[in-house]
Design a protein around this ligand. Sequence first.
Ligand code: ADP
Ligand code: AMP
Length: 229
Amino acid sequence: MKLSILGPPGAGKGTQAKKIAKQYGLVHLSTGDLLRAAIRDQTPLGQQAEPFVVSGRLVPDEIMVGVLEEFLRKQMDGAGFVLDGFPRTLPQARALDETGRRLGQELDRVVQLAVADQVSVERIAGRRICPQCGREYHVRFRPPKVAGVCDRDGAELIRRKDDNEAAVRERLAAYHRQDDPLLDYYRKQGLLSEVDAEGDVETVFQRIRTALNGIEAAPRKRGRIATKE
Ligand code: ADP
Ligand code: AMP
């Protein structure tokens, strides 16, 4: 199964992509996580991407398309993947199609997590991250057992640098500049499942599973991912 999860910042893409990856035995690629790790390590990619990510702007397509191609090449013998945060623009979607065709890695389905902007903002405002293991919390909806501290390793939770008001406004605006053409592109190909992503994490996950029902069966028939589930 080869999926992409779309949706505004804070819609729950990372949260759901991790659950989907576990459920279906897929590799999870979060381009946001990948960029944040590159920035932390100050790799050439991280140095190029940093000013964009910190201010909430999209990293240029040429850079992101290169990142994606490298990922797809590594997955060529794999059971499948779930992309979280890619594509973000029409040129990225076209490049994914073209590279996917060339490498035999075309998407089976695109899931759009639909939430109102107000819900995005509320989820982002309460998001907290463990700087050590990357686990995500929400102060209200997914609180750690002890406030401000990671359940797994006891590290002090932090906010993402781009989860400030100005960057969130820019990220939402960037999303709304791209979402209509991107969704249309996948709708026309019959690949798009629009899922209501308001509600708790489990409720949303069950809706996604329902949306994936048809393609869940297909790989099993071909016997490709049965052992990974
Ligand atoms: P995205 O990857 O789309 O930016 P995240 O998965 O990081 O979004 O979710 C944003 C924040 O909202 C996180 O703090 C997460 O714990 C919380 N969250 C995710 N899904 C839900 C949900 N269904 N209900 C309430 N909070 C949620
Ligand atoms: P995310 O973790 O998905 O919220 O992404 C965080 C930030 O990383 C975004 O605001 C962008 O600056 C950058 N980013 C992640 N994925 C992409 C992409 N596909 N295209 C451009 N920029 C991206």
